[in-house]
Each structure stands twice: as C-alpha cells, then as structure tokens.
Design a protein around this ligand. Structure first.
Ligand SMILES: [Zn+2]
Length: 1081
C-alpha cells in the first residue's frame, strides 16, 4: 500500500507518516465499569476479548476463585476435547503481566487513575475470592485438627485472620514470583508457562466459541477458494458464496476463520471427494472478527474438505472491505464497487482465513449488470449470460496468494492498454471522463515493469496487470496482485496542467506498487510485525528504480527529505522498532507508518551503500527466489544476503540492531589533530530526555552496528570514490587512525546515506562552517542539506545551541541548490510557525525578516515560468510560495495578476503550472477569489489541480470559508471525505486555521472515527497535524483531557501519544531556545 500524499506548507508533497500502538491495552480495562470488574458477570459475549486476556493469567492465581464460582463460566480445559491443548501451546502474554504489575502499583499508574482502579479492583477481586476459598478450606482443616480441644470464638477468629494474612502474603509472593520473568526480562514473555489453561469466550448466540485467540489456529488450512459475488449497485447490497477447499492438519471438530459484518445464511461441509454436503452450525465471535464451524464427526488429519458458505452484506460506506464509491458522469451520479482488503478487511467481503501466511489459490466469479465491467486479480476466462439479464464473469485461477491481495471491482470504467515484450497486457482504467489522463501511467508502468523483471531476474508471473484509478480511495494506492488500485491523483496525469512534482508523484507511486508485485505479493511477510519487508522495500525501490530509469525526475532530494522525516518521528519516545509485535486490527493498522515505510527504506539504502549495489541486488534476488510464493520473517532476508559471495561481515547481526531496536544513533565526532585520530562515540538520539518525558524508557543499552562513511580535508572531492572511506562502528566508542597528517576537518555520513546523525565537536563544526562560507560546493547538495538538518535537530534536543544551528544559515546567501535551500527554509519556518502560534507576532516578524535577508536575493531571481531542470523548478515553486505567504516583494502582485487572467479567461493554460498553487492561494485571499476557486473545484476533472485548489482554499483566514470546507469534506458532499486530512493539515499551519481545525476535530470526532478506522493513517494524520502547532502546557492539558474523555479506543492510539510528545517537545523548545532566538534576531 502506498500512503497518500498531502501538500504541506512548503509547497512540497510529503508522505504522511504513521504510528503504532504499544502493547498495553488499557482500554480493555477502561471498558469495565466497577460492577463489571468481574469479567464473567453477564454480557459475556461482548466481553470476549477480556476473557481472552484473562485467560492468559496464571491459572493458579485466578481459577480457583473466579472461574469455579460462576456457573456461566466455561472452561473447555475441563471438558472433554478431541485434542486437549498441549501445555506449551499456551503463551504467557505480556499484556496480562503488565496489567497485574500495574495493579500492584507500578509508578506509571499515576497518569491513568481509571486504569489503576480497574487493575486494582481486578487484583483485589482475585485475591479476595481466592482468599475466601482458602479461608473456607483452611477453616475446615482447622476444625478437624482442633476437634476435642476447647476453643474460644476470638482465638478462632484470630487464627482465621492470621491465615487470611498468610494467604495474602503468599499470593503476593506468587505474583512476584511469576511476573518479573515476564515483565522485566529483555526478551519479553516468550517463556512457556505450563500452568496456564485457555478459557473460551462465548459466541453471539451464547454457545461456547471454540477458539480463544486473535490469531487463527493451524489445525485446518485453506488451499483454494471458489468465490462468487454479486454486488447490486442499486440496492447497495451484495450476496456471495464461497467454497473453501480445506486441508486438516490434525483431527479436529472445529474450523475457525475470519468473517466480519457478513450475514451467513447457509453452511455445509463435505469431504473433498464426496458430494454429501452436511449442514453445519456457524458460531460468531465479534471481538475477534471470527466464525467457527463445529463439525461432527471430526475432520481427520491429512484429509481435504469443502466448506461451503453463503452470505450477504451491505456494500461498505467507508473505504475498506467491499465498498461503494460514486462519481458524476454527464450530470448523473454513478456508483461503482471496489475492494480494499489490506490489512484485515478481506473478511468483510467473504469468510476467509484472513492472515497473510494462509496463502491459497482463488477462482473468482463476479455477477454484474450489462452496463458494468468487472475486474479481478486474474484475467477473465469467460462471461456467461444468466437468466435474469445479468452476466457472470469468471476469472482464471490465481497463484498462491494472501487474502489481503485479493481484489475485485464492478464499475463503468474505460481503459487504455499495451502489451509488453514478454506478453503481459498492461491496462490503465479510470472513469470515462478521465480517459485523456491515462497515457502517462501506461508509459511509466511499461518501463517500470520491464525494469523490475530485469532487476529481480524473475518474470512478472501473471498474464495481465491492471492499474485502476478509483474516485474514492483512502490510501495512495494498493498493490493487489494483478489489479492495483489507486487514488485518482496518484495515477492520472494531465501534461498541460501538471506541475513539476505531479509527474514525480505518479511515477513514484506506480514504482512502489509494481515493486510490491515481487516484494509483498510473490514473497509475503509471515505476519504484520514484519510489514517493513513489504513497505520498506517498496519505498526503497520507488526511489531506486526512478533514479535508474527516470533520471530526469531527480528523486534524490525527495528521498533525502523522506529520511529526514523518518528520523524526526524516530527520535521520539513514541517510536517503535521496525519489527514490532502486533495482534489487534488497530495495532496492525498502525504498522503502516513512517517506521515501516521510510525508516525501512532508509535502512535498505544504508545497506545497499555498504554492500555495493551488485551484492545488494544478488542478495535480494536470492531472497525472492528462495521464498517465492511463501512467507518470510525478518531474518530470512539477512540469511539470503549472507549467502551471497563477497559478503564478509555479519549482515544479520548488523541489521538486527537496526530493525529490533527503537530509534537511531547520534555519532559524536572529535578530531585529535596532533595524533591524527578521530574519536567516535554513539548513543541513541532522543529529542526529549528521559527525565522530561514520563513515557520514555532507559536507552543506555542501545547499540548499533553503524556503517560509517566519511571524508577528510586531505581528500575532499566527494565525487572521487577514493576520497570516501568507511568504518564499521560496533562499540559505544572507537578510534579511527587517520594515517594522514594535517587533517583540519572531517565530514561523516556522506550524502546522508546512513540512518544516523552526526554531532561534531565545536572545533570541527567551526571548520565546516568556514568551509561552507568559503566554498560551499566542496560538499555535495545532500551533504549540505544533511548538515543543516542535523544541526537544527541537535539544537532541538539541546545538544548544540540554537544560535549554532542558525549560524549555519549565514552561508546560504551563496546557496542556490534545491535540497539545502528547502531544508533551511523548512527549519526556519518551523520556528516561525511556533513563535507565531504563540502570539509572539513581533518576534515572528523578525524571523520573517531574517528569512528574507538570507533568501531574498534568490527569490528576486525567480521568474514566473516552468523553465529549468526539475530541481530548479521545484526550488522556484518553494521559494515563490514562501515569498507570497509573507507578502515579500512583488510576489503577491504577480500572483494576483495571473489569478485574474485565469479568472477572466477560465483557461488554465495561462498559468505556469508549477506555480498554480501559489497563484490560487493568493487568489483565495479575498472572498470573490475563494468562491471562484470553489466553483472551479466542482467543475474540474483533474485531481492534481483540484488538490492544489483545496490547499489554497484551506489557507483562507475567513472562518466561514474554513468551516464550510471542512464540513463539505467530512460530509462527503462536493469534496470527498478522503481529503479531510489534507484540509485540516493545511489549515493547521495558518494562524486562524490552527484553532478552527482543532476545534473541528473535537466537535466532529465521532463522525471522523465512524468514517475512518481509528488506527488508520487518516485519523493519525488528523490527530498529529491539528495539534502539532501547540506549545503551551494549557494546550497540552487540553489535548490530553480531550482524548482521555473519549469512550472509544482512540485515546490509546500511538498517534495520540505522539501528538502529546510533539506538544511537549514544542514546550521544551520554547523554554530552551526562545531567549537565544530573540538575541540572535
Ligand atoms: Zn506499499
């Protein structure tokens, strides 16, 4: 999947990063009302998730009391089972152990009193009940022993109380005995606990649901699906049937699979070779989105069966599962139905084993009206006419694939197509009015498909590849095998009105999705914890392939900014390791974040750089060949690379430090000029120290194997390979013997290809500043941009002063390259935005003046045209956007004239297309211009252009216009709901919009999470962007209070933690740097 692009304040597109959630799900505690603390008090099916949690507790702590006292409780362990669970099938879960530790009063309870109370109540109840049992037993024992002896009432009571106290002490001792192994070991809770027993939840009908875990059992696996679906685009409902060929891998009475929101009307099972289908009962357990089929007699190990299910549901109103989308054609509303299954929504369209490791083959049949076409992963084999005037399309049997890659579309679409040399039919589809925007995508896809076939040395294995632009689409694109779906803006391209970045975006997204046809589709991660194997690779390959076959699109600067963005997120306490355990649907959703995508890609870039391109390519080709049509884990990749000849270091050990640890290192460099030595040290880089952030954890044990690159003043031509040296830093500290005299400076992390930042001691920093002043071209564009970025990032963490960081920008009067200029502008504007939003308008004015002291000359040299190379055009667009934002020079006047020309002619070709966003923004400043833009927005058919108009309208300072825009989008009227994050992000950067955007989020929260999944990147973007400008404790409290007050799961989202951390960081920045900034300006 590609995440969507939104326009940011720099006039650049930026990938919106995503976050994940931690392991402790306090929500499950919060959901309990006091009287519900006891998990088996009524409503048991609604509390199934809770029962599962409880089932992981050490049985000897809870079973005697709670479980045996309640007649409703069902413990299958005590009932005869065909195959009792082996003790080592039961894992001791970290959730539960943390939960109990919290109950005992762990320090982090303070910030969540409700959790504390629930935990304490739970524990209290556990001990109370347990004590009560023991008390009864012990009383009995006492009576027997004491018979015949006189005994006063008071002494008996004393003994009972004493026994009670002893039991409590014993209980606590047991808790202490059990918990530390799990809670305090580095390894987490992998240790098997033989005393545990699973407790089973109840299904919706009150019967026992035979499977208690979120992950499906392996007792029965799918081999093939015969799926028939009939979406009715008038009633907005669909019906379907699926015959799943199953293989029993052990004797069992149960088949557990996924299904969510489907009404199952009939279920039968038959041995594979027989047609004696037998009706079977279907149980449903909603919290796990699972159904279970009870079969009797048992399925036998090694035998195949056919499970037949008939079902129906509504087409979804949202953006996942089998959903409906609409568009206008000849003033009529048209409906289409499409799918988005990744990560866990195939189960919303048909019952299936919806985990990536359950690969199977699929034969799909779609029933449709005559006016529609249908598309699926494979080529169409046949169309048959049905009696009722409908048609049935049958698609060829698929290859072995995961459910999340299945796709089908029913719509009126038009296409263009072309066949590759190897006979693959490549087609681009879109709604009929957009036929003229499909040709570039076809051309790019043809080139990219050939590139990947050559580079991976594995043919694309299907006969066709469709790329389809869908009007309603939440992500940027989705790599369904053979049927890639896109948001329209990410596939369609209109040369006449496109800006310099539009072509780059479309090409990058196609490159990303085509790379997935190998990385993800052919070889798939075993579970979502290793999502980066899909997304990190596809993101890396986007840039890599474009550099090879579209050099004119100059993607290097964009990839560099991607790395900066990844590091910005990854330097926060709320970050997580690349490979992270996940289980629930929300946690899986949250994996689609900047760590999986951008950090994953950055690590691969560093690895490629260190291994050499040839060895890297050999390694991944070997990996793909060794694991095709299968599933993999993190280590499978490292093992494949290590088998390549000439790999003379332990790749696995190195990459473990990058994928299993959170964050990245800062490398501190000291130069010993007399001894000709470089002293190195590394530590985890965090923007906020642990003492200041209650949610942080100690990081002293973090250690990376860092493949350093550097050059020195004695061989300083970065274009000469011999000048670039490498050093593998594996320890906390190290020394490089330079073996060359009179070195005055060193520059590490050449082209910022390594995923680490560099902190130079003051003397080297001054030398490098001097070098930039005298001859800035001695360092590459990317090195200059990296130097600027690292300085501001280090200043934000207090590692260097903000004045030192600002002093670097002094050299920039001589700078004219895109990467360093854009980076410096962004860093300066971030400071401006913070100061401005705090209402320090005079200081903001001084900051503004400073920006133009540095960049004024460069801006004055810009012309209002599209001439030059891509990076020159990109730089121009950025500079003029900033100039007009601050009313600099004649920018507003020029833009207004152009806007008026367009308004009068209604012909977009009068505008320089790179600069339309700036021109629209200036035009939208008055109500008349804004209204005109709004009208044009509703008539245009070019999504790229509409997106720029939306950005311009969202920068309005008129509250009425802002509210109208937000409401229209959320209500999915004239503006599609998928645009709401972009509107809110843009508005949040402006002085007026900042407050309205946050207010809008609060007021409309319920609607937002109804439309989008809480763990989705859409919701995450909304949360983070609308709060990112706050820098006061009052705001921090307000945001925290708002999310704490929500009854849904949102307060537990990683995005909320990140948003709060960003506000804390902003507060920290203001406290530390405001005075220095005032002095500097
Ligand atoms: Zn992707």
């Amino acid at each position: 999947m590609a995440v969507p692009t939104i326009l940011d304040g720099q006039g650049l597109f930026s990938l919106e990063p995503r976050r994940f959630r931690g392991n402790i799900n306090y929500e499950r505690l919060r959901q309990k009302k006091p009287e519900e603390t006891f998990p088996f008090d009524g409503g048991i099916s609604d509390q199934g998730l809770w029962i599962y949690e409880r089932a992981q507790l050490p049985r000897n702590m809870i079973e005697n009391s709670m479980f045996e006292e309640e007649p409703d409780i069902v413990d299958l362990a005590k009932e005869p089972r065909l195959h009792p669970l082996e003790p080592d099938e039961v894992e001791y879960e970290p959730h539960s152990s943390r939960l109990l530790v919290r109950g005992l009063g762990e320090h982090d309870l303070e910030d969540d009193e409700e959790d504390y109370e629930s935990s304490a109540r739970l524990l209290g109840m556990s001990f109370m009940n347990r004590s009560s049992n023991h008390r009864n037993n012990m009383s009995g024992a006492y009576n027997r022993e004491a018979s015949g002896e006189p005994c006063s009432f008071s002494s008996a009571r004393t003994v009972i109380i004493g026994a009670f106290v002893v039991v409590i002490i014993l209980s606590i001792a047991m808790v202490v005995y059990f918990l530390p192994k799990c809670t305090f070991t580095k390894e987490g809770c992998h240790k098997k606990n033989t005393t545990l027993t699973l407790i089973y939840p109840l299904a919706t009908n009150g019967q026992v649901f035979p499977w208690p875990k979120m992950r499906l059992p392996n007792a029965v696996v799918p081999m093939h699906y015969d799926l028939t679906l009939h979406p009715n685009l008038t009633t907005m409902k669909f019906t379907g049937s699926v015959q799943i060929t199953l293989l029993a891998k052990e004797d069992t009475n149960n088949i557990t699979l996924h299904s969510y929101g489907l009404k199952i009307s009939k279920a039968t099972i038959a041995p594979r070779a027989s047609n004696q289908a037998k009706d079977v009962q279907v149980l449903e357990y909603l919290p796990h989105q699972q159904i279970a089929i009870k079969v009797n007699p048992a399925l036998l190990n090694g035998k195949k069966y056919t499970l037949n299910l008939e079902f129906a549901a509504n087409l979804s109103d949202g953006f996942s599962g089998f959903y409906k989308s609409s568009y206008q054609n000849k003033n009529k509303t048209r409906i289409l139905a499409a799918t988005q299954f990744e990560p866990t929504s195939a189960r919303k369209a048909f019952p299936c084993f919806d985990e990536p490791a359950f690969k199977a083959t699929f034969t799909i049949k779609i029933i449709r009206d005559a006016e529609h076409i249908s598309l699926s992963n494979m080529q169409k084999d046949a169309t048959t006419s049905l009696d009722n005037g409908l048609f049935q399309d049958t698609f060829a049997e698929s290859l072995n694939m995961s459910t999340y890659l299945v796709a089908f579309i029913v719509a009126e679409l038009k296409n263009v197509c072309q066949e590759t040399e190897s006979g693959i039919l490549v087609s681009i589809y879109a709604v009929p009015d957009k036929m003229d925007q499909m040709h570039y995508a076809l051309e790019a896809s043809m080139k990219l498909l050939k590139f990947y076939e050559d580079f991976f040395n594995i043919s694309y294995p299907l006969k066709k590849l469709d790329l389809v632009a869908l009007p309603d689409f939440e992500a940027g694109a989705m790599e369904n095998w053979g049927l890639i779906t896109f948001r329209e803006i990410a596939l369609l391209y209109k040369e006449e009105t496109a800006s310099v970045l539009d072509k780059q975006i479309v090409t990058l997204v196609i490159a990303h999705e085509l790379a997935h046809q190998w990385f993800g589709n052919l070889v798939t991660m075993e579970w979502w914890n290793d999502l980066w194997l899909n997304e990190g690779f596809a993101t890396f390959m986007e840039y890599f392939s474009l550099e090879k076959i579209f050099p004119e699109l100059e993607v290097a600067d964009r990839f560099l900014r991607t790395r900066f963005e990844a590091m910005e997120k990854d330097s926060m306490n709320s970050s997580h390791p690349v490979s992270t355990p996940v289980e629930t649907a929300e946690q899986i959703d949250e994996m689609f974040d900047s760590v999986s995508y951008e950090k994953g890609a950055s690590i691969l870039l560093m690895l490629k750089d260190y291994l050499s391109e040839t060895v890297f390519q050999q390694g991944i080709v070997r990996y793909l060949n060794e694991h095709k049509y299968q599933n993999t884990k993190n280590e499978d990749l490292w093992n494949s690379i290590m088998k390549v000849k000439n790999v003379d270091f332990n790749v696995k050990e190195m990459l473990k430090t990058w994928t299993l640890q959170t964050g990245f290192p800062v490398v501190t460099i000291k130069l010993d000029k007399t001894g000709n030595k470089i002293h190195l040290s590394q530590e985890r880089f965090l923007r906020m120290s642990i003492s200041q952030d209650p949610s942080s954890s100690p990081n002293s044990s973090h250690l990376w194997h860092i493949p350093l690159t550097y050059m020195t003043s004695s061989c300083s031509n970065y274009g000469q390979p011999k000048c670039i040296k490498t050093w593998l830093l594996k320890n906390k500290t190290d020394i490089i013997d330079l073996k060359e005299p009179n070195v005055t400076w060193v520059k590490f992390n050449i082209n910022m290809n390594g995923y680490y930042i560099v902190h130079y001691e003051r003397e080297i920093l001054m030398e490098l500043l001097g070098l930039l002043q005298s001859n800035h071209l001695a360092l590459s564009d990317q090195d200059r941009a990296g130097f600027i970025n690292n300085a501001f990032v280090l200043a934000s963490a207090g590692k260097i002063s903000v004045q030192q960081a600002l002093s670097i920008t002094k050299y920039m009067k001589n700078e004219s390259s895109n990467a360093p200029t854009a980076e410096a502008l962004l860093q300066l504007r971030k400071i401006y935005w913070l100061v401005q939003k705090r209402g320090m308008l005079q200081l903001a004015d001084r900051m503004e003046k400073y920006i133009f002291t540095i960049f004024g000359d460069l801006i004055n040299h810009q012309v209002w045209s599209n001439s030059g190379s891509l990076s020159e055009r990109q730089l121009r667009a950025t500079l003029l956007s900033v100039a007009c934002d601050y009313n600099y020079g004649t920018c507003v006047q020029n833009a207004s004239e152009l806007f008026n020309n367009w308004e009068n002619s209604k012909n977009l070709s009068v505008l320089p297309s790179d600069l339309t966003m700036t021109i629209y923004t200036v035009g939208a400043r008055d109500d008349k211009g804004w209204t005109f833009l709004h009208q044009m927005y509703n008539t245009l058919q070019t999504e790229a252009e509409k997106s720029k108009m939306l950005h311009a309208m969202a920068k309005s300072s008129n509250p009425r216009e802002l509210i109208r825009l937000m409401q229209e989008s959320l209500q999915h009227e004239t503006i599609r709901a998928q645009e709401i994050p972009s509107i809110l992000s843009t508005a949040s950067k402006t002085l007026v919009g900042c407050l309205f955007a946050w207010d809008f989020v609060k007021e409309n929260w319920d609607n937002i999470v109804k439309k989008f999944q809480p763990g989705s990147f859409t919701v995450e973007t909304i949360i983070i962007q609308t709060t990112s400008q706050f820098s006061t404790k009052t705001r921090l409290f307000e945001v925290q209070t708002f999310f704490d007050s929500l009854k849904d799961k949102s307060s537990q989202l990683r995005a909320v933690q990140e948003a709060l951390e960003v506000i804390r960081l902003n507060i920290q920045w203001m406290e530390k740097n405001l005075k220095s900034l005032e002095e500097w300006l």
